[in-house]
Design a protein around this ligand. Structure first.
Ligand code: FAD
Length: 368
């Protein structure tokens, strides 16, 4: 493949762009991933907490998409390990959603019932049952709901593994410069501009996270995908004190395989700002210590922030209106790590057969 001509050009080397590239490469499609940073996965896909939650949404058909993506994880983790030697640390830990009073209990039990009606598993636990499996949790909780199908993954390793897997199968990567324009001939897009050079392709995929709206704007298509800042705090306890993901009091606690504990996350509509704040960090630490008092003795390691791509009815998946060779795959907001495998699969099927195994109609830009 000449670097200036390819079958499919993917703009954005986050987890979504890399997952699509990997699935296309498995179907022997020539792909070029264009990433403005010097390597893949430096933005939201690095910053995210890596939770794979079966209760991401209760509004169909979104849960179907979540369920299908979660189901792909065990095989994908094994496949990536065999092909790239990278362990993405997929762990089906389950989530314990703890509640402290009756109002919180009613909300969570209602959620559990809705999830069960949609084919997921959920179990209400007494405080004693919770403390049997997670002794570090405060004695003052009133109970919890266990979502046993949930898991987590080390997302930075997953992006690297997807990119390496794609590269092993022939995918090329162009790093260090943003894509700045589309080249059109009559009504069709025939190329993109990177560093003043034109790259020609048959199909184009915009997978540029919260910058995707800037790129559709270059095609005179207004799309409001906004950055939503999420701050994370990293702690460490030796030995590890949690088995499961814990959530409650508006935060989550993720025990990583290496003994680190990740607390997250704020959701702030403050534009393209990735600073962390005392206020955000304090909120998360206060809530975490209320859930598990022992965390007050943990070691503070690091804090960071990332920008989630938010679209009010996202994610947006499918061809752009009026353009039969430009696909949008963005707006995954809080669930891009969870949804990366199914997004990769469905967009690859859309490109190669025109018939994705799950209908994308509800997620097309015209529909959402
Ligand atoms: C704090 C936080 C916690 C999260 N927790 C979870 C979680 O627990 N579970 C979960 O499922 N999801 C989680 N998410 C959401 C998830 O991280 C995102 O939905 C996902 O990473 C989006 O992936 P992406 O590839 O669309 O975007 P990004 O990772 O942002 O990738 C987009 C890429 O496009 C590149 N780009 C942009 N413009 C251009 C251009 N013009 N030319 C070339 N390249 C360009 C960028 O440099 C970037 O690398 C979290 C996010 C945050 C911030």
């Amino acid at each position: 493949m000449n670097q200036n001509t390819t079958d499919v050009a993917i703009i954005g080397g986050g987890i979504i762009g890399c997952s699509i590239a990997y699935q296309l490469a498995k179907k022997q499609v020539n792909v070029l991933v264009i990433e403005k940073a010097s390597r893949v996965g430096t933005e939201a896909s690095w910053a995210g907490a890596g939770i794979l939650t079966s209760h991401a949404s209760t509004h169909e058909p979104y849960p179907e998409l979540c369920r299908a993506s979660l189901a792909l994880y065990p095989t994908l983790a094994t496949e990536l390990k065999a092909e790239t030697e990278i362990d993405i640390e997929f762990i089906r830990s389950g989530t314990l959603s703890v509640f402290f009073d009756e109002a919180e209990a009613a909300g969570l039990i209602g959620l559990a019932e809705r999830r069960i009606n949609r084919g997921f598993t959920a179990e209400v636990l007494t405080p004693e049952q919770v403390r049997q499996s997670e002794p570090a949790i405060s004695k003052s909780i009133a109970g919890a709901v266990l979502f046993p199908e949930d898991g987590h993954v080390k997302n930075p390793k997953m992006v690297t593994a997807l990119a390496k897997g794609a590269a092993n199968l022939g995918t090329k990567f162009l790093f260090g410069n943003p894509m700045t324009g589309f080249v059109r001939e009559n009504d069709r897009v025939i190329g993109v501009i990177v560093n003043s050079e034109v790259i020609h392709a048959d199909k184009f995929v915009i997978a540029a996270g919260c910058w995707s709206g800037h790129l559709t704007g270059l095609l005179d298509l207004s799309l409001s995908i906004s950055p939503v800042k999420g701050q994370i705090v990293l702690l460490e306890t030796i030995p590890p004190i949690f088995q499961r993901i814990i959530d409650g009091l508006g935060i989550y606690i993720v025990p990583r395989a290496d003994g680190k504990i990740l607390l997250g996350a704020t959701a702030e509509f403050v534009g393209f700002d990735k600073t962390t704040s005392v206020d955000g960090v304090k909120q998360m630490i206060d809530a975490a210590v209320e859930i598990a008092p022992q965390l007050a003795q943990s070691t503070f390691v690091q804090t960071w922030a990332g920008l989630r791509p938010y679209y009010k009815r996202g994610p947006c998946l499918g061809y752009l209106p009026g353009l039969d060779n430009v696909i949008l795959a963005s707006g995954h907001y809080k669930n891009g790590i969870l949804l990366a495998p199914i997004t990769g699969q469905l967009i690859a099927e859309l490109i190669t057969t025109g018939k994705p195994s799950l209908s994308l109609a509800p997620f097309e830009l015209a529909a959402v």
